[in-house]
Each structure stands twice: as structure tokens, then as C-alpha cells.
Ligand binder design. Structure first.
Ligand code: KG4
Ligand code: ZN
Length: 365
């Protein structure tokens, strides 16, 4: 372990959030000193999803102010003091961490090139980080989270759904992943076909909760795709098609303008199916690999139903910890990239601007 205190500037731009963060490391323990996320959600709500070209242009506009705001202590500002920010970067930052994949290539490149340029101009070492690894390490923002291996992580976001066995820091084995849509993508698509807006996860989850509050039994049950196929893979595209078919049938019966009550019931049945599959497969992996802890991470980890169900099932197994990031670190952010980078730095796994590469399909292994 490195004893010298260090500071990391972390940058993330792999999808539709431009983010930067400063992480301080004291006695091997990381702490988030600032975290700025500039969201493009309003922009993509206009088209009901992320248009890659639009996303990368928005990253180009946001990246420098976001980095400056993170360096200046984490306050969003109309006019950041760029000169002061560069001075802090020069004098106080020891490493620059950046997402190098997976994600939208045009988006990743914006943050990546910013990191590369700063590394070159200021002669700072670079730590390239896998975005999924970042999501996993978001749980270690909590100092009290014990790090004991092996760990199983269920990482669920708009672009990824995977079960990973973590044998040690930096040692990963993918046990299973989605063979078609990601879980978050399914939430987004269901929201779109019910005309509920973008991003779909929070609104579908809200509607599902409103149905459950009524404590009535649902008439709708959706399939649990590949639940018992003997693998740790997932599939959500058929589920989305079942929801579409159900919505078509309901429109035939009730007219094209479905009431909120009907939409709430569809959302609850859909959420139940997704959560059931995710929780069941995670528990099977726990049975097989007997981990010390289970991590739930990624944008869909903000889903209260999923957090609640998984937590109660894991807590009933006395020897397994359940680790989940706080709500503000579930979605994309740069603090998680800095947290993952901390453990790369502690084992001297760092690079230079000449030796780093982007990979939009980067695997975690
Ligand atoms: O991790 P993230 O911010 O971006 C990616 O790496 O993809 O995840 C975004 C995804 C979106 O699909 C969004 O609909 C979903 O996370 N999401 C949720 C919830 N909040 C966000 N899904 C279900 N329930 C939620 N409460
Ligand atoms: Zn993500």
C-alpha cells in the first residue's frame, strides 16, 4: 500500500453524462472530495433516447467547465475560474483517471481525449478505467463497506447487465450477461411504449409503486425469460415484446389512451418480472460461488424494488454482505471512476497518455 496521500482527477463521458470528480486518498482510503455530473437527459428526452452524435457534441460543450468545477471544489458555476482550476490540477492532482470503455465511442473519446491532453500537457500519469468496474467500485464510497473477496456483482444499467465474480481487486470473471437488451434499456423501451417519457426507469418504477400501494392482485403476469436455462445470462428483449403485445391488446379493449391505472398495472407486472429474473439468477450465483458480499450497482440499482428484494434475500444469508451505492452514485458519475482508479494506483497499475487506448466494447477481465 502506498502511504503518501494522493489526489485523483476522474473523468467520465461514456454515455449521456459529462462528469468529473476529485478523489483524495489517505492511508489507502479513498474519499470523494467533489463530484460534478452534467446530465444530457433533457436533450435526449426530446428524441426519447440517446442519439450518439448529439451526445458527443454535448460532451464537447460541457467537458472543460465540468472538469474545472470538479477541481474548484464541486460547485456548479456560470463562470468557473479556469486559471485557478489549471493551477490546482498542476499543483495538487497526482493522477488522471478516465473511462476508456465500454460505451458510445464518440462520447468516450471526448473525456478520454481531455484526459490524454491534460496528461501530456501537465505530465501526469493516466489511469484508464472500465466503466463497469467504475459502477462496481461506486459501493466503496462508503468507508464502512468491508472489502473481502470473493464478491459477486450484479451490474445493471442502460447499456449493461452482467453478473461478475470478483476474485480480488482487478481480477474479474464474467459469469453471465444479457444476450440482447440491458435491463435499463428494457425499462426505457417499456416507458416509451406507454408514452411515459425518458429515461424510463424512474417513471416505470414510480407507476409500479403506485399500483402496489393499492394492494390489489394484478391480472397481468409477464414471462421470466431464460430464468431456468442453467446459465447466468439474461434476456430482456422477449419481455419487452410481451409488454408490447399486452399494450396492443389493452388498447383494443380500452381504447388508445390507456388510463394511468392500467399503465401502473403494466409497469408493476413488468418490474416484477425484471426483478424476479435479476434476483433469482444472482441468488443462484451466490449458491454456486459462496461470495463474502454481493454488490448491486449501475443505473438500475436505483430501483427501489430491486434494492429491497435483493437486500432482503441476501440479508437472510447471514454470512453474505449486501453492498449498494447511494442513490447519487447509481447513475453514471466520475466519482466511481476515481474510486476504481484508487485501487489501480495502490497496486501500481497506472499508465501514461502515450500508452492508453479506448475500446467501445471493452470487457471486464
Ligand atoms: O448507469 P446508467 O446511468 O447509464 C449506463 O451506463 O447505461 O444507467 C441508466 C439506466 C437507464 O436505462 C435508466 O432508465 C435506468 O438506468 N434507471 C432505472 C432507475 N433509475 C435509472 N431503472 C429502473 N428503476 C430506476 N429507478
Ligand atoms: Zn453506466
Amino acid at each position: 500500500m502506498k502511504s503518501k496521500d494522493i489526489k485523483i482527477l476522474a473523468i467520465e463521458s461514456s454515455c449521456d453524462e459529462t462528469a468529473a470528480s476529485v478523489i483524495g486518498v489517505e492511508n489507502g482510503q479513498p474519499k470523494i472530495l467533489s463530484s460534478i455530473v452534467s446530465s444530457q437527459v433533457d436533450l435526449h428526452a426530446l428524441t426519447g433516447g440517446v442519439v450518439p452524435e448529439v451526445a458527443s457534441r454535448a460532451h464537447v460543450e460541457a467537458i472543460v467547465p465540468v472538469i474545472a468545477e470538479a477541481l474548484l471544489g464541486g460547485q456548479k458555476s456560470e463562470k468557473p475560474d479556469f486559471q485557478e482550476a489549471i493551477k490546482i490540477l498542476q499543483d495538487e492532482i497526482d493522477y488522471i483517471a478516465v473511462t476508456s470503455g465500454p460505451g458510445l465511442i464518440g462520447s468516450i473519446l471526448v473525456g478520454f481525449n481531455a484526459a490524454k491532453t491534460l496528461g501530456f500537457a501537465l505530465d501526469k500519469p493516466i489511469v484508464p478505467i472500465n466503466h463497469i468496474e467504475g459502477h462496481i467500485y461506486s459501493v466503496f464510497s462508503d468507508k464502512s463497506a468491508k472489502i473481502e473477496f470473493p464478491i459477486i456483482s450484479l451490474t445493471v444499467s442502460g447499456g449493461h447487465t452482467s453478473l461478475t465474480l470478483i476474485k480480488n481487486h482487478g481480477e474479474y470473471e464474467t459469469l453471465g450477461e444479457t444476450i440482447d437488451d440491458a435491463a435499463g434499456e428494457a425499462f426505457d423501451k417499456v416507458a416509451k411504449l406507454l408514452c411515459l417519457g425518458y429515461p424510463g426507469g424512474p417513471i416505470v418504477s414510480k407507476y409500479a409503486g403506485q399500483f402496489r400501494e393499492k394492494s390489489i392482485k394484478s391480472e397481468i403476469i409477464f414471462p421470466r425469460p431464460i430464468l431456468n436455462d442453467g446459465t447466468f445470462n439474461f434476456s430482456f428483449s422477449g419481455l419487452k415484446t410481451s409488454v408490447l403485445q399486452k399494450v396492443i391488446d389493452l388498447k383494443k379493449e380500452h381504447g388508445n389512451d390507456l388510463s394511468d391505472e392500467i399503465k401502473q398495472e403494466v409497469c408493476a407486472a413488468f418490474e416484477d418480472a425484471v426483478v424476479d429474473v435479476l434476483v433469482t439468477k444472482t441468488l443462484k450465483a451466490v449458491g454456486r460461488y459462496e461470495p463474502k458480499a454481493v454488490i448491486l450497482a449501475g443505473g438500475v440499482a436505483a430501483n427501489r424494488r430491486l434494492r429491497g428484494e435483493l437486500e432482503s434475500k441476501i440479508n437472510s444469508k447471514k454470512s453474505v454482505d449486501f453492498l449498494v451505492p447511494p442513490m447519487n452514485l447509481c447513475g453514471d458519475n466520475a466519482a466511481m471512476i476515481g474510486l476504481a482508479a484508487c485501487y489501480h494506483i495502490l497496486r501500481n497499475d497506472v499508465s501514461t497518455w502515450q500508452n492508453i487506448e479506448v475500446d467501445s466494447n471493452l470487457e471486464l477481465n
